[in-house]
Design a protein. Structure first.
Length: 161
């Protein structure tokens, strides 16, 4: 999906919700509707969602046909918003939707995912990036920094079956 030489896309979920590409920033106030932003945040945490998972998560009371229509409208608005605030073609650099699978491009950096990776037991060396990401999370969830990871786990979608 991503082209070589393109500006990297960064999704910030800890401390603030922003999508950054070079000097362009998409902030919470820029979204006209909440569902596209929530869908992107969920995708950022999971990297991949099936069409059925997205429908079950965001439109649980709708039948499959109605839920699919809502998903397609939401994806359209998500693409428009990304392209408007981050530049033409940005949506294709962020995510794809093919064969019923919604996937975040592997080149997209997500702060919460990076924080988990840096804090994992397999990463034995202390890292300044951990401290920076932890401060960002604490600023948003003060005085309860653990709420950042708790809310992140709530948005995790089981990928099996």
């Amino acid at each position: 999906m991503a082209e070589s030489g393109s500006l990297p896309i960064r999704i910030c979920l800890l401390g603030r919700f922003e999508i950054v590409r070079g000097e362009c920033v998409l902030r919470p106030a820029d979204w006209t509707r909440r569902k596209p932003a929530a869908l992107l945040a969920c995708l950022a945490l999971n990297r991949r969602l099936t069409k059925d998972q997205a429908i079950d998560l965001f439109w649980p009371d709708n039948d499959l046909h109605s839920g699919a229509n809502n998903l397609y409208r939401t994806l359209h608005e998500l693409r428009q918003t990304l392209n408007k605030f981050l530049g033409p073609g940005s949506a294709e650099l962020v995510f794809g939707f093919e064969d019923g699978i919604l996937s975040l491009d592997e080149s997209v950096w997500v702060d919460a995912v990076e924080f988990e990776r840096l804090c994992s037991p397999s990463n034995k060396a202390p890292d300044e990036r951990i401290v920076s990401l932890e401060r960002a999370a604490s600023a948003l969830f003060a005085p309860q920094p653990s709420a950042a990871l708790a809310s992140r786990r709530l948005m995790r979608v089981p990928l099996g079956g």
